[in-house]
Write a protein that binds this ligand. Structure first.
Ligand code: UTP
Length: 293
């Protein structure tokens, strides 16, 4: 059986929801407390046994490459100052190799994945999006890999969202359910409000078989004039089973402003170094606000 060794992290989007912050800085580099979002994603991939990662980057994304590179000057400086704990934090992991490819134009998530096709070759692979951080006892991607090992089929990570949110996601039309795993009739990208076939939304973690590239090769545009990964998955499901798996774990939506702020506050509260003080600050702010009212 083929092992899932490779992962794609698409990071070439424009990040318009965070403009102007993302005019010159990739949204994947926005920090949650003291760590860029993309580092949480890379850590999950490593903890799930991934050996090679390809990050799809675009214009203005050099900071991502620099972040995962060795910075000799900084390392020497930290050694001189005997800041060994920080040194550990800034050293790139030796457990994984990170590669880069450029998507020349942001034509959509499906196109970003297609850009990495030569790196993937003819083996099943993972895709992780930086818009979602998942905290789980067993890493989210590892849960999906275990499902792949059982089914030898593509597996898409899903979670329940409310009726008012389905129009923001790729949504599955479930057929049968076995434990947390679903067989699927179809996949719809951002259904209009009130038309979603279920509340099970695709949450940025995928295991895909290489046959997906047959459909991405067609470069068909869908919702929003973009080449959608969800549409290619829908087509893949017509020639081979694609399962959805409702993974265990708490998912943090860091792709929009409110979700990002919520995640930052929650992670700051949980942070050993600053958590207690953050709580005091929040209490102060809230009591000031209630006095204002
Ligand atoms: P999003 O639609 O959430 O990212 O795509 P975006 O386009 O950067 O953000 P907004 O909506 O303008 O604020 C999900 C993921 O797919 C990547 C993004 O970088 C993000 O990680 N993506 C999207 C690409 O790599 N290329 C694309 O053409 C589109």
């Amino acid at each position: 059986m083929q092992k899932i060794r490779k992962a794609i992290i698409p990071a070439a989007g424009l990040g318009t929801r965070f403009l102007p912050a993302t005019k010159a800085m990739p949204k994947e580099m926005l920090p949650i407390v003291d760590r860029p979002t993309i580092e949480y994603i890379v850590k999950e991939a490593i903890a799930s046994g991934i050996e090679d990662i390809i990050i799809v980057t675009g214009k203005g994304k050099r900071a991502i490459e620099d972040h995962f590179d060795i910075n000799f000057e900084l390392e020497e400086n930290l050694v001189r100052k005997e800041k060994f704990e920080l040194l550990e934090k800034i050293r790139p992991s030796s457990q994984v190799e990170i590669h880069y490819i450029r998507q020349k134009e942001p034509k959509g998530l499906g196109h970003a994945v297609w850009c990495a096709r030569k790196f993937i070759g003819n083996e099943p692979f993972a895709v992780l999006l930086g818009d979602d951080i998942v905290e789980a006892e067993k890493p989210c991607l590892k849960q999906l890999i275990e499902q792949y090992d059982e089914t030898r089929s593509s597996v898409i990570g899903v979670q329940n969202v409310s009726d008012t949110e389905t129009h923001r996601y790729g949504i599955i039309d479930p057929k049968t359910m076995e434990g947390n795993r679903y067989q699927v009739n179809g996949f719809v990208e951002k259904p209009k409000q009130g038309t979603a076939p279920s509340n099970l939304a695709i949450i940025g973690r995928y295991i895909l078989t290489p046959e997906i590239f047959q459909f991405l090769d067609k470069q068909e545009t869908g919702q929003g004039g973009e080449i959608q990964l969800t549409d290619a998955i829908h087509q893949l499901n017509e020639i081979q089973d694609v399962y959805a798996y409702a993974f265990d774990g708490k998912r943090y939506d860091v792709g929009d402003k409110l979700g990002f702020i919520r995640t930052t506050v929650e992670f700051a509260l949980k942070n050993e170094e600053i958590g207690a003080e953050v709580e005091t600050i929040l209490r102060e702010l809230l009591s000031e606000k209630s006095v204002d009212r």
